[in-house]
Design a protein around this ligand. Structure first.
Ligand code: NAD
Length: 351
């Protein structure tokens, strides 16, 4: 018998190849007059082009977004935004750029228009993150949820193949945990299953031909759905582990998600039958965890946490952090269980 709550998040999505052309209309329809364009240094050229497209609606470009939003970069961006008298932000890029927009919005409460160019999904969530003194803090605040999102697959064609694969698995990890989240719902499960299916179908085609715009469109569609499931639910063991591996050991975000996902799912599988049934439909495989592992390796993803720089001597600390505070998870989180899981992921054992 069904028993759930579902809170829809208020935002507008414009989706389609070439939809970046609708950015000016979006800015005007939100009543904004001077938006600051945000990007990483690597995507500064793209941000300049967006700023030119905006013309008088642009308050300039700030292309200094960094992974995990160091507090200093948040302070600087807020100063730049205030000096430019910006009344909103256009975040063109991946989770790092959206994260910088959120850090400004957290202080000033002005709208963000996100233009995602990876599959990370931050644009669909009210979750912000800030890193100070080597520790990443996160929180939820409706102020940081982007008001509008423009998904233009043409902007993802330049995403390198390796990152397309790992970012795709990052998105799938959101869907996997949403399927067994304590605050899941039938609509979120539909989105999770369909998002996973779309990404799994698209990724091999992208590896074969990174400029395949149909496949890019399908992958971004999947990323949207998976991101929406992240925004709507409480995440469990997998995200907790990846947060620790990224925040404390500085492991790369999308790659870490890709390596850990099969092990975290295998850990929970027996305790999450409905999630497994949905993933069996999405993957067409009896053992979705093994399928994720096999597919990710065949598409060139990293094989182990050791490959990403983790050491055997780091495991004690991971176990300690991952079991310090209780959190929702289908299977009890025990020190022995986490040690076994992380050791297997460290070595890249079979799932
Ligand atoms: P990223 O934003 O750090 O991007 C990685 C690199 O790829 C950057 O140099 C970027 O400029 C470049 N890049 C992005 N799109 C490109 C494209 N289309 N073509 C060429 N280069 C491109 O990576 P990410 O994985 O998208 O984001 C990771 C960050 O986002 C982490 O800090 C993570 O914690 C955060 N995140 C937050 C949430 C949330 O809900 N708050 C959700 C997911 C991720």
């Amino acid at each position: 018998m069904k028993d759930f709550q579902y809170q829809a998040l208020p935002m507008r999505v414009r989706f389609g190849a070439g939809s970046l052309a609708s950015l000016n209309d979006e800015v005007v329809s939100l009543g904004l007059k001077r938006v600051l364009v945000l990007a990483t240094p690597f995507q500064a050229d793209m941000a300049e082009r967006v700023s030119q497209q905006l013309g008088e609606l642009s308050a300039g470009v700030h292309a200094e977004a960094e992974m995990h939003v160091p507090i200093e970069s948040a302070h600087k961006a807020r100063e730049v935004a205030a000096a430019a008298q910006a009344d909103g932000y256009v975040a063109v890029g991946g989770g790092s750029t959206t994260g910088l927009g959120k850090a400004i919005a957290l202080e000033f409460g002005q709208p963000i228009i996100a233009v995602p160019t990876t599959y990370a999904g931050s644009e669909m969530t009210p979750v912000w993150g800030l890193t100070a003194d080597g520790e990443k803090k996160t929180g939820r605040d409706s102020k940081v949820l982007p008001t509008s999102v423009i998904y233009d697959p043409e902007l993802t064609v330049s995403l390198p193949v390796k990152m397309s694969v790992t970012s795709g698995f990052n998105a799938i990890a959101h869907a996997v945990e949403a399927l067994y989240a304590p605050d899941g719902s039938p609509i979120i499960s539909l989105m999770a299953e369909e998002g996973t299916r779309a990404l799994l179908e698209a990724m091999p085609k992208i590896v074969e031909d990174p400029s395949n715009i149909e496949a890019r469109s399908d992958a971004l569609y999947g990323a949207w759905l998976c991101g929406a499931t992240l925004g709507a639910t409480t995440m469990s063991l997998h995200h907790k582990l990846c947060h620790t591996l990224g925040g404390t050991f500085n492991l790369p975000h999308a790659e870490t998600h890709t390596v850990v996902l099969p092990y975290a799912l295998a850990y929970n599988a027996q305790h999450a039958p409905q999630a497994i049934a949905a993933l069996q439909r999405a993957t067409g495989a009896d053992n979705p965890a093994a399928h994720f592992r096999k597919l990710s390796l065949s598409l060139g993803a990293p094989a182990s946490l050791a490959e990403l720089g983790l050491k055997e001597s780091d495991i004690d600390k991971i176990v300690e952090i991952a079991t310090r505070n209780p959190y929702a998870n289908p299977r009890e989180v025990t020190p022995e269980g986490i040690r076994e899981l992380v050791t297997a992921a460290l070595h890249g054992d079979d799932v």
